[in-house]
Ligand binder design. Structure first.
Ligand SMILES: Nc1ncnc2c1ncn2[C@@H]1O[C@H](COP(=O)(O)OP(=O)(O)OP(=O)(O)O)[C@@H](O)[C@H]1O
Ligand SMILES: [Mg+2]
Length: 315
C-alpha cells in the first residue's frame, strides 16, 4: 500500500529571449513521470547528467514549481501546499542534497544546522533538543565535540553525514537522496551507503535515491526507474532492470558499467557491440521521430518499458 503518489509530473523552465524578453520555448526538465512510494522501500532514479533527476527531487519536496501533475500524500492532494509551514508533508519528506557543501549554511554551527528542522517541527525544550542533536550525531557516527564547528571545517563525507543527520532529525517517512555519495571517494561511499541502509531498516524509511551510477543503485534500491530527457524509459524491480532490461537506453547504461574482472571480457565486448547495433537498427522502436521517448507500457506486474509495440513485433 503506497503512502505517496506522484501523478504525471511536469516541470518546464521557460526560455526567454527576443527584444521583449518573452517566453520563446521551454526546457522540458521533467516531462510526465509517475511514481509511487511504499513504506520501507528504496526507489532509484537513474539517468545521464541533465535528464531531470534533481529537478524531480526538488519538485517533490517543493523547491521547484510544478508545471502540471499532482502529488498525493496519504490520500490528500498536496501539490500546492508542499511548502506550507507546519504541514506534516514538510516534516515527513526530507532531502539530502547533491552538493553537501552548499546545502549547509556556512554561517551556522553544526548544532544549529541539525536542530533547524527540530525547532520547526518538534517544539522541544532546550535540554531535549540538545539530547536529540547528540543522539543524531551518534547515529551518523560523529562525536559531540563537532557541534560548535562550522561546515567548512569538515570533509566531504562528514558534511554528507551532517546533511543526513539533519534529514533524519524529525523521523521522516521519505528521504530524497540526490547523489548522496557521488562526491566521495570509494571507501567513504561504501561507509555512507551502508549507513543509509542501516537507518532505513531501523526507522522503516523510504528513499528516492537519485544517482547516475547503476552499481550504487543496484546495491540500494528495490525499484528502479531509468530517466532520459525528463521521461522514464523503463521502470521495474532490481531483477527486471539488471537481468531483463528491455529499452536500448537501459541496455546501453548497463553495458557501460566497467567491470574489472578479466574473465568474460570478450563476452561483454560482444554484448556491447550487439547493443550498439540494436540502437542503430531499431532506433524507431525506442524513440519517436522527434527523438522523444514513448509512453510507458506495462510488461508485467512490476516492469514497465517505453517502447513502440508495432515497430518491434509487439512487446
Ligand atoms: N533553474 C533552471 N532554469 C532553467 N533550466 C534548468 C534549471 N534547473 C535545471 N535546468 C535544466 O533542466 C534540466 C534538468 O536538470 P537537472 O538538474 O534536474 O539534471 P540532473 O539529472 O539532476 O543532472 P545531474 O546528473 O548533472 O545532476 C537540465 O537540462 C538543466 O539545464
Ligand atoms: Mg542533479
Amino acid at each position: 500500500m503506497s503512502f505517496m503518489k506522484i501523478n504525471d509530473l511536469h516541470v518546464h523552465y521557460p526560455i526567454r529571449g527576443g527584444f521583449f524578453n518573452t517566453v520563446i520555448d521551454n526546457v522540458y526538465a521533467v516531462d510526465g513521470i509517475s511514481l509511487e512510494f511504499e513504506k520501507g522501500k528504496a526507489y532509484g532514479l537513474v539517468g545521464e547528467s541533465g535528464c531531470g533527476k534533481s529537478t524531480t527531487g526538488k519538485a517533490i519536496i517543493g523547491l521547484e514549481k510544478i508545471t502540471s501533475g499532482e502529488i498525493i500524500y496519504e490520500g490528500e492532494n498536496v501539490t500546492h501546499k508542499r511548502r506550507s509551514f507546519d504541514s506534516s508533508y514538510n516534516r515527513d519528506i526530507q532531502m539530502i542534497f547533491q552538493d553537501a557543501h552548499s546545502s549547509l549554511n556556512p554561517r551556522k554551527r553544526v548544532q544549529d544546522i541539525i536542530a533547524e528542522p527540530i525547532r520547526n517541527f518538534l517544539k522541544l525544550s532546550p535540554d531535549e533538543e540538545k539530547r536529540k542533536v547528540n543522539e543524531l550525531l551518534a547515529i551518523v557516527g560523529m562525536s559531540e565535540d563537532v557541534k560548535l564547528k562550522y561546515p567548512h571545517e569538515f570533509s566531504g563525507g562528514q558534511k554528507q553525514r551532517i546533511g543526513i543527520a539533519r534529514a533524519i532529525s524529525c523521523n521522516p517517512k521519505l528521504i530524497i537522496a540526490d547523489e548522496p555519495v557521488s562526491a566521495l571517494d570509494l571507501s567513504v561511499q561504501a561507509q555512507v551507503l551502508n549507513f543509509m541502509k542501516d537507518i532505513q531498516q531501523e526507522f522503516g524509511l523510504s528513499y528516492l535515491f537519485i544517482s547516475h551510477d547503476l552499481g550504487v543503485v543496484k546495491h540500494m534500491c528495490d525499484h528502479i526507474s531509468i530517466m532520459y530527457k525528463g521521461r522514464f524509459v523503463e521502470s521495474g524491480n532490481r531483477n527486471d532492470i539488471y537481468n531483463n532490461p528491455q529499452h536500448i537506453y537501459t541496455k546501453r547504461l548497463l553495458s557501460a558499467i566497467p567491470d574489472v574482472n578479466p574473465i568474460g571480457r570478450d563476452i561483454r565486448k560482444r554484448e556491447r557491440i550487439k547493443v550498439e547495433s540494436d540502437y542503430v537498427v531499431n532506433h524507431k522502436s525506442y524513440y519517436d521521430e522527434n527523438g522523444k521517448v514513448y509512453d510507458l507500457k506495462q510488461l508485467n506486474e512490476s516492469h514497465q518499458v517505453a517502447m513502440n509495440a508495432h515497430e518491434k513485433g509487439g512487446i
